[in-house]
Design a protein around this ligand. Structure first.
Ligand code: SAM
Length: 244
């Protein structure tokens, strides 16, 4: 099947199965790999999300595909004890890793953990002030369905922030491709013994919609407006959608 992005689509169940396998496999070394592969820069990208999110005391925040909880760690402090933060992830190994790490950091009280598929969120409509999804959307098989589910769950006046790999500036493409196709699977094999998962990672980045296409998808899902910021020359983009 060919999607409207022009890519050869992997069958839905096969992709979901692959994604589950990848994250069960990398969960225990996920944080180390993130630092190694991005040379620590993922911390700056996430910092940008946190600043742009405008999360304040008393807010309800959902971090979807939240993994080991980098964003939630800061949101839990920002919302204070009158606010609420939910870390949701489809993968039990990633969720468990996140819970363990955040509990060890003393982040308890206003934080909860939910195993959930982004395509079918188990939360009430019009509930969250902010939804964030960092490096998660490209792993979701049915992105339109997931974006629609996020829209439903967001309060009027709320915002969705999507941090994801995107299309880099053309001058950077050759070096970026060499790094992705040559270096990343090798670093993956070296640290986790699993080159295959990192090949999947590169492939999923390549298939993910570019900046403009993602904006169109967000608007089709109901978001009233969408803007984006390119980070590191478009290697990553932060998209923001609004529900009015
Ligand atoms: N947000 C974290 C971060 O930025 O470090 C983790 C990102 S990690 C690359 C991607 C996460 O997406 C994994 O934890 C994976 O289990 C989760 N995920 C994949 N498909 C999902 C889905 N359909 N619904 C919810 N989470 C999903």
């Amino acid at each position: 099947k060919i999607t409207h992005f022009g890519f050869q689509e992997v069958p839905v169940e096969e992709k979901a199965h692959k994604v589950a396998e990848v994250f069960h496999s990398v969960a225990s070394r996920y944080d180390l790999m993130n630092d190694l592969m991005s040379l620590g820069i993922h911390r700056l990208w996430k910092r940008f999300v946190i600043e742009l999110s405008g999360v304040r005391p008393g807010m309800r925040v959902l971090d979807l595909a939240g993994g080991t909880g980098d964003l939630v760690k800061v949101f839990a402090d920002r919302v204070g004890n009158k606010g609420q933060v939910v870390l949701a992830d489809i993968n039990s190994s990633m969720l468990e890793k996140g819970r363990e790490r955040l509990t060890n950091l003393g982040k308890v009280g206003n934080l909860s953990y939910v195993q959930a598929n982004a395509e079918n969120l188990p939360f009430p409509a019009n509930y969250f002030d902010r939804i964030t999804i960092a490096f998660g959307l490209r792993n979701v098989t049915q992105k339109e369905t997931a974006l629609h589910s996020m829209y439903q769950t967001l309060k009027p006046g709320g915002q969705l922030l999507v941090l994801e790999f995107s299309k880099p500036a053309p001058w950077l493409a050759p070096a970026y491709d060499a790094y992705s196709f040559w270096a990343l699977p090798r670093i993956g094999k070296w640290v986790t013994g699993d080159a295959e998962s990192y090949r999947y990672l590169v492939e999923s980045i390549r298939r993910h919609p570019d900046q403009e296409t993602l904006c169109t998808l967000m608007q089709s899902a109901g978001f009233d407006y969408c803007d984006f910021h390119n980070l590191s020359q478009g290697i990553v983009a932060l998209h923001r959608g609004y529900k009015y």
